[in-house]
Design a protein around this ligand. Sequence first.
Ligand SMILES: [Cu+2]
Length: 320
Amino acid sequence: MSPVARIGGFVLALAVVFAAAIGVGRIVGPRTEPAAPAAHAMDEDGTGQAPATPEAKQEVGGLGMAEGDYRLELASTDLPVGVPATLGFRIVDGRGIPVSAFTEVHEEPMHVFVVRRDLSNYQHVHATMAGDGTWTVPITIAEPGSYRVIADFQPAMAAEGVTLGADLSAAGLYQPHPLPPSSATATVDGYTVTLNGALIPGHPTALKFTVRQNGVGVTDLQPYLGAFGHLVVLRAGDLAHLHVHPNPSAPGPDITFAVETPSAATYRLFLEFQHAGAVHRAEFTAAAAGALPYPSTSDSATTGAPVPTESAEHGHGGGN
Ligand SMILES: [Cu+2]
């Protein structure tokens, strides 16, 4: 075969390959059936590349309204301000059918976080499902603005939890609140909570919260959602929701969690604990190592002292 003929043959072969690829594309897409989880993981972020590690993809959630075979559908994308209302939604599968079987995690089948885009007006509520897969929860939105609804759940058919997020608006005059500066101390309802531990991107680190009342450590905390404290961590800027693992602990005054931050950034920490029959929430702003000051903060200091290495190594030990 002459060189010209060989090149011609090569070009023809390429053309056949491209035509076949186009044909496959037409047959395969757009995807209407749920694909295998592995296929989603390969290109979920649209880069065409697999994530570095499976764990890396699980670090944050709530950034999208659909993930894998599950989609969050709000019943309404706006709620009134200042009056009791109902937040309604469904979790639907890849065929658009409502999912109605869920596994309880931290004692609840559906954890819902509602927070304004500026990380103010945070609420943590638990929704109730009707037989048709519709979830509802009473809620009162205090201030106008753009809110994020984050639903954290585990379908009975799924091997692990899913965290989805969707936008919600509350009409009215929007008054943004600057993110409070980093602080290792928060006061709430007469309690003082101190935070010890640093956020180090890419590493599970132990965060220790110490609860005191009138200067005395509280040692009779009550279980809340299966532990002596519940921690939610959201990233300032996009409200990425971090998975947090509670470490087994005594009923105070210390409560510890293993937290792995995905990036240098400023985070808002929402710690809930129960004492004397009431749930209290302490909020902290903390910058992960290497983070520049968040635009609305005046202080980029990390909170507390670095965590001993052994804590980091055992960070996931007490989790679920
Ligand atoms: Cu919850």
